[in-house]
Design a protein around this ligand. Sequence first.
Ligand code: MG
Length: 341
Amino acid sequence: MTDRETRITPLHGAGGELMDELLARLILPRFGKKGSGRIALSALDDGATVALPKTGELVITTDNHVVKPIFFPGGDIGRLAAAGTLNDLAVMGARPIVLTLAAIIEEGFPIADLERILDSFAAALAETDAVVACGDTKVMPAGDLDGIVLNTTGLGVAEHAVSDAELKKGDVVLVSGTIGDHGMALLAARAEFRLSTVLQSDVAVLWPMIERVLKVGGIHAMKDPTRGGLAAALNEMARKSGTCIEIEDAAIPLRPEVVGLSDLLGISPLEVANEGKAILIVAPEKADAVLAALRGHPLGANAAIIGRVIDEHPRRVILATEVGGRRFLDMPLGDPVPRIC
Ligand code: MG
């Protein structure tokens, strides 16, 4: 095979014959199917058409994905890009309808790796009814970019969009599973630490689980604890709503490998990203039913009630320890792991 068949060249992003070839070979076989209404990538027009919902609200979100390494234990940048965008829609209470997929690729990037990434993206997308409606490819000269960057925009429809700020005193705080898996798995995978561990990223598509949980009702707020982890997400929710969240340290589900790595590296599992988890703030009378609905789905098997909304210190998060101590869980300055998602 010639070099241009196995590696990305500047012409692959240059709008001519070679880009058409890339579209026909890599993109259309994976994403060319028609969505609901008139959404069809295969039209290859200047824009895609999406029929407006008769009722409900449109929800839109966008993300850049710069994760390092591109292939990591439990996933890759393709699965991460799809899940990240789908999950932002899901925690808004929105059924994902359309995603865009734009790639900036370094010259010389192996086309076989690009195919693996696109396969992962397509597999994650297939866990919902959403389709890719449009996209773009640009190529940067070798050395000007580290491999590949993906941008995804997602459009969804919510009956009633769920915000991350409608917390009320007495509400119960739940997480859908173990915390810190993605951040710690990526840290372990980075060569500079040379750690071998069985830990995998939790990168997952949450909509099928959240769709089931929304039917239970009583959900006042949701958020996916990505960059900055549980600590950042809870602080954001407390600040926006002017409430105080108290969580119990011992109630937070943590994998033993995550605890081990966290002790070794001195990085809190509460401050690193999750890519397949949701925080749910639920009316007290619905908390048990929501917990049961979460646990009834494979992604929610380790779901737990971790705390409550109280009115002690507005806009703060309190961590209660097993021995009876209480301290503020502060907003992290930023995620301690760079290029986490
Ligand atoms: Mg989010």
